[in-house]
Design a protein around this ligand. Structure first.
Ligand code: HEC
Length: 187
């Protein structure tokens, strides 16, 4: 009979809607920037190219580079803006012009390379695979048996893939810089 079919149908609907209610889709909050990414975006000392960037990755990368790892001590020459070395009474403002442009001399022979994008947009001329190789293995991607000297890769190699990806994305968003002149790392 028609009414029996109706009851069966509504019962089926009830069951399926009950099934949905007992197994709801997990609530996904809007993807907000976490604290570290927000600090990272605030403290980056240069104007970043954010057109194609994932803000969360770039922000985290900036945080790791600028608040945690000290890359610019060696990879920026000079490290600080003129007169702003915090060790000499300055406010610690980094040199924007030579930011991560490389050039600091470490010991008699080593020179820290630049880490900003080359003409192809690759940070320090390194692909993501080469960048991971350098940090994880501590070897020179251009000469894979040569151990990188001076660089604290022995510590950095323990970072997660996500953290290294974030650093790579951040470096990709920085403007290209050339080395200036400095007395050594951290100067
Ligand atoms: C104590 C100084 C120092 C610090 C701090 C430092 N580096 Fe380096 N880095 C160097 C030097 C010097 C080299 C070149 C070493 C060599 O050729 O033997 C180098 C090499 C590299 C290379 C390999 C580049 C290439 O083309 O072979 C990468 C990538 C790199 N550094 C990234 C970083 C990042 C990212 C950070 C921060 C997370 C960092 N470095 C912090 C000194 C440093």
């Amino acid at each position: 009979m028609q009414w029996q079919r109706l009851v069966r149908l509504s019962f089926a609907c009830l069951i399926s809607s009950c099934a949905n209610e007992s197994d709801p889709q997990p609530y996904r909050p809007p993807q907000l920037l976490d604290k570290r990414a927000m600090i990272g975006l605030r403290i980056a000392p240069v104007a970043l190219d954010l057109k194609k960037a994932d803000l969360r990755a770039v922000g985290l990368g900036s945080y790791l580079v600028n608040a945690a790892s000290g890359c610019v001590d060696c990879h920026g020459c000079p490290t600080y803006a003129s007169g702003q070395s915090p060790f000499k009474g300055g406010n610690g403002q980094l040199s924007a012009e030579h930011y991560l442009g490389g050039g600091a001399k470490i010991g008699p022979t080593l020179i820290a390379p630049g880490l900003t994008p080359d003409a192809r947009g690759d940070p320090g001329g390194l692909t993501r695979t080469q960048f991971f190789f350098a940090i994880r293995s501590g070897k020179d991607p251009a000469e894979p048996t040569r151990v990188l000297q001076a660089m604290p890769w022995g510590l950095y190699r323990h970072m997660t893939d996500e953290d290294l990806d974030a650093i790579y994305e951040y470096l990709r968003a920085t403007p290209h810089a050339e080395p200036g002149t400095c007395a050594g790392p951290g100067e």
